[in-house]
Design a protein around this ligand. Structure first.
Ligand code: FES
Length: 88
């Protein structure tokens, strides 16, 4: 099975908001949920929503207002359900 890409914006605005604190947390969340074989975490260029906090993208869904403090919650409540729908 090929992996689905999960994008984390690494553009300069998101970088300044602390994307490098979000990244390790995201990596452990992916591990925790056994998604390492299914999801490829990728950095992306600016996703053009700089004004709404750190941004992630999975397929056509964009998740905004991400921070190092809320990434666990965002991942479980918003991102994970989307992923599970696709990778089952
Ligand atoms: S830098 Fe992340 S959306 Fe623009």
């Amino acid at each position: 099975m090929s992996k689905e890409n999960l994008y984390l914006c690494m553009g300069s605005a998101c970088h300044q908001l602390g994307v490098y604190e979000v990244l390790p947390k995201l990596q452990s969340l992916i591990k925790e949920h056994d998604l390492e074989d299914k999801i490829e975490l990728k950095g992306s260029f600016c996703l053009e929503t700089c004004s709404v906090g750190i941004v992630m993208k999975f397929q056509d869904n964009v998740f905004t207002k991400i921070s190092a403090d809320n990434i666990e919650e965002k991942f479980t409540d918003e991102i994970l359900p989307n992923i599970q729908e696709v990778v089952k």
